[in-house]
Design a protein around this ligand. Structure first.
Ligand code: SF4
Ligand code: SF4
Ligand code: SF4
Length: 254
């Protein structure tokens, strides 16, 4: 729990900063800090020689920084810095707190559904390239929430999208992050290479399974020597849940 307190403190701080920007108190738009905007900015530069729509150099810098971070420490951005990941996690935990039965998504279905995020990524990049517009704004929870349903949102379609994402998170932990987030999809190949990762000491492990139960991303550290899974956010929930001291630890290795 101590790690979660630290992680949540950082996430609350970041959420506060983005909210402060979204309320118009900062000279920068909250959108300028969206790393996925960097992906779209790059396409805009490539296609038209200029940044598309609301993107700019700050988005590109953010993109490079978070992809670099993924090579060093997997999806640490998702677990420790993303406001939408934080809200997804809170909703996921809320579902359990109020006693909602979670849908058990088996490994095969989970793997198949994860492909959806690549579809979203391809659609986002294709239309940004074609139209020079951030066409998925009306479906992007980061934009919808922090713009207060601003310019580019799509009325009932946007409300429905946000509703599905919220209800999805109550029933399937990290629903949006696992299956729909194009930024998460962008991280994947970099995260696979991630140097800093969780390692399990097989000699100490009692195979109790507590680590897997604690993971909102349905990763099972008990079945691995090193957690190379592309979805691992290094959130350390499994380390905290493990009853054996030093059985799980964060280490740097290839
Ligand atoms: S998967 Fe997307 S929304 Fe979820 S934490 Fe990562 S970047 Fe944020
Ligand atoms: S929680 Fe610890 S002891 Fe239990 S299975 Fe996981 S790594 Fe092994
Ligand atoms: S495997 Fe552990 S560190 Fe990785 S996401 Fe799951 S709980 Fe977090």
């Amino acid at each position: 729990m101590k790690t979660r307190y630290l992680r949540y403190s950082i996430l609350i701080l970041i959420l506060g900063i983005v909210t402060y920007q979204a309320l118009g108190f900062s000279q920068h738009s909250f959108e300028a800090y969206c790393p996925f905007g960097g992906m779209e900015a790059l396409w805009g530069l490539f296609r038209a020689g200029q940044f598309s729509c609301a993107t700019g150099p700050l988005n590109l810098s953010m993109m490079v920084a978070v992809l670099g971070l993924a090579i060093v420490a997997k999806k640490t951005f998702c677990g420790w810095a993303c406001p939408i990941g934080f809200l997804s996690e809170l909703f996921s935990r809320l579902g359990s707190k109020i006693g909602l039965q979670k849908f058990e998504v088996g490994p095969k279905l989970n793997g198949a559904l994860k492909l959806l995020r690549y579809v979203v990524l391809i659609v986002a990049l294709f239309y940004t390239y074609k139209l020079g517009e951030l066409v998925l704004r009306g479906f992007d929870p980061f934009y919808i929430i922090f713009s207060g349903f601003g310019h580019g949102t799509l009325g009932w379609i946007t409300y429905t999208t946000l509703g599905v994402i919220a209800v999805g998170a109550l029933l399937i932990p990290m629903f949006f992050c696992r299956y729909l987030c194009p930024l998460g999809a962008t991280f994947d190949p970099f995260s696979r290479l991630g140097i800093i990762k969780i390692e399990r000491n097989a000699e100490l492990c009692t195979e109790c399974g507590d680590c897997g139960s604690a993971c909102l991303w349905a990763i099972k550290p008990m079945e691995m020597k090193k957690v190379r899974d592309r979805d691992c956010t290094n959130c350390l929930e499994c380390v905290d849940a493990c009853p054996v001291d030093d059985c799980l630890s964060l280490k740097a290795s290839l």
